[in-house]
Write a protein that binds this ligand. Structure first.
Ligand code: NDP
Length: 333
């Protein structure tokens, strides 16, 4: 069977471009025992994949040159040599960017695409949702009435983190890159306030005006100057949840982060970085709670769906210019 796949053609220096990817055809082998043939359906693009495109050692192994990019995918089983899956089942797993792929059944989980849109299983009920859940409930731990600020608030993780902080009874402010995103945060997702960092002028002063009694929890998805402005407004004994640093992922020079460290010292701020897979043992608990909140209407969600397998590189690149609201996905079919 002839299939299309997208491989890493070269390693980016700075901002990635379409030239770093190449689409090619390949012929799939026959299925072995316990394997299934999958047709890719919804494909997730995620900021952490930028790190995997480099050859710098990190928590996730680098993608190999001339090999398919891998990411979270919801796929449909079209042929099965496994007792665990039948033709027509929907599954999620870490799969190659390919129109079809062969995978061992042990690496897949069955997902319910009747009760939830398929993309939810790689979004709010997948890695981004779990990241928000553990970052807020285990690290940030906002108390009722405390002020929580979320950067990258209109993205997959940020939307969930803000709403979970609201469920905890906190006062929640989101920071995002457009007026439209800010409107959605307050009108559709229950954030108490939102700041457009591109039009706010002096961000540090804007935050001080909106958070007159300071910030108790900062959930950071972006880093850089936005984070410097938030940190200036942190309260004594506040918590800094270090989730992501997207503003730095394409940087070719070392950032000047230590400049803000004296604030951490003088205000006894507790900073904790984390990787969601630290919580693998508790994913069951997290998924149960997230599913309940979604079913109860307490946790809403949004997806930006780009049509067409060939548009995967564009969708991925769009993350770095804020093209998405909520989870960025590609519908392959
Ligand atoms: P998003 O859906 O938030 O997409 C990325 C968003 O980041 C864009 O829409 C854009 O929104 C914003 N952005 C892009 N470039 C910049 C910049 N230079 N400065 C400020 N904002 C920028 O992605 P995710 O929700 O999937 O991920 C959010 C963060 O969480 C990422 O940093 C990611 O690496 C991290 N993460 C960490 C995990 C962990 O285990 N620690 C797991 C999953 C994600 P805007 O228009 O507002 O600028």
């Amino acid at each position: 069977m002839n299939v299309q796949q997208i491989v890493l053609a070269s390693r980016p220096i700075g901002l990635p471009s379409k030239e770093n990817f190449r689409t090619e055809s390949r012929v799939l082998d026959h299925l072995n025992e316990n394997e299934v043939l999958l047709k890719s359906w919804f494909i997730s693009v995620d900021p952490y994949m930028r790190g995997r495109m480099s050859d710098v050692k990190s928590y996730a192994a680098s993608f190999e040159l001339n090999q398919p990019i891998k990411g979270n995918i919801v796929a449909r089983v079209v042929e099965s040599h496994s007792r665990s899956f039948e033709v027509g089942d929907s599954v999620a797993g870490l799969l190659p960017w390919a129109t079809y792929s062969i995978e061992n059944a042990a690496n897949l989980r069955k997902v319910d695409t009747r009760s939830f849109p398929p993309g939810y299983h790689i979004g709010i009920l997948g890695m981004p949702g779990l990241t928000a859940y553990f970052g807020i409930t285990d690290i940030g731990r906002p108390m009722p009435g405390e002020t929580v600020v979320i950067s990258g608030a209109a993205g997959a993780v940020g939307l969930a983190a803000g709403q979970i902080a609201r469920i905890s009874g906190a006062h929640v402010i989101g920071i995002a890159g457009t007026d439209e995103k800010c409107r959605i945060l307050t009108e559709e997702f229950g954030f108490d306030n939102a700041i457009n960092y591109n039009s706010s002028g002096n961000l540090r002063k804007t935050i001080a005006g909106i958070c007159p009694i300071g910030i108790d929890v900062y959930f950071d998805n972006v880093g850089g100057e936005i984070t410097d402005a938030v940190v200036a407004n942190l309260n004594n004994h506040s918590r800094f949840v270090l989730c992501g640093q997207i503003s730095q992922y394409n940087s070719t020079r070392i950032a000047t982060g230590p400049a803000i460290l004296p604030i951490f010292l003088s205000r006894s701020v507790k900073l904790q970085g984390f990787i969601v897979r630290n919580y693998t043992d508790r994913f069951g608990e997290g998924l149960k709670q997230l599913t309940k909140w979604v079913k109860d209407g307490k946790l809403k969600y949004k997806e930006t769906i780009i049509q067409g397998f060939d548009n995967l590189p564009d969708a991925f690149l769009g993350l770095f210019s804020g093209k998405n609201i909520g989870k960025m996905l590609v519908e392959a079919e």
